[in-house]
Write a protein that binds this ligand. Structure first.
Ligand code: URA
Length: 209
């Protein structure tokens, strides 16, 4: 699929299967989300530019690669996107964070915004938008609309599960935004849930159901 990177690493697939299981506890679900966040962060940053610098080891002076100063913003879509944040920050502790608060209107399935706060220099940074579930794609589109209005110029989207409908919506509205996902499931049900999916990611992560 154009613009979609399927992260099929065995560790990611194994952890995702445990999370899908209805018997997975809230605690395990949250821990696994955090671990997968870290693994997805590894994949989404795979092509960050490197620069050479001089390093003196105990034995010799060499030219060695370091990150070329590309600065990141992690942008979790509240609330389920928070599940990835700690894992990603463990890998890139200097990243800034933009919070995008959206909920889904259960009748229209449209995204309703209730909070937005992003760093002032977002235009100079690579923005990684994160939400475990790319279902209708309406929240992802609304979040990216707002991030672009705030100045974001380079954006990537990371999720755990995607529905074909959500991918089509996001790619149509924001063709410049590539998607990283651990799986593409079959379809959406009438309530906008991904099938087979894993249920409501926020409820399962925070134990609210
Ligand atoms: N949000 C979720 O948490 N789960 C879905 O299946 C769809 C949207």
């Amino acid at each position: 699929m154009d613009g979609v990177r399927l992260v099929d690493h065995p560790l990611v697939q194994h952890k995702l299967s445990i999370m899908r299981d209805i018997e997975c506890s809230t605690r395990s679900f949250r821990e696994l989300m955090n671990e997968i966040g870290m693994l997805l962060c590894y994949e989404v940053t795979r092509d960050l530019p490197l620069a050479q610098t001089s390093i003196t080891t105990p034995l010799a002076t060499i030219s060695a690669p370091i990150l070329a100063g590309k600065k990141l913003v992690f942008a979790p879509i509240l609330r389920a996107g928070m599940g990835f944040l700690d894992g990603m920050l463990q890998l890139v502790p200097s990243a800034r964070v933009a919070h995008v608060g959206l909920y889904r209107d259960p009748k229209t399935l449209g995204a309703v915004e209730y909070y937005f706060k992003a760093p002032a220099d977002i235009g100079e940074r690579l923005v990684i938008v994160m939400d475990p579930m790319l279902a209708t794609g309406n929240s992802a589109v609304a979040a990216i609309d707002h991030l672009k209005k705030a100045g974001a110029a380079e954006i990537r989207f990371v999720c755990l599960l995607a529905a074909p409908e959500g991918i089509a919506n996001l790619r149509a509205r924001h063709p410049d935004v590539r998607i990283w996902t651990a799986a593409v499931d079959e379809k959406l049900d009438d309530h906008g849930y991904i099938v087979p999916g894993l249920g409501d990611a926020g409820d399962r992560m925070f134990g609210t159901k």
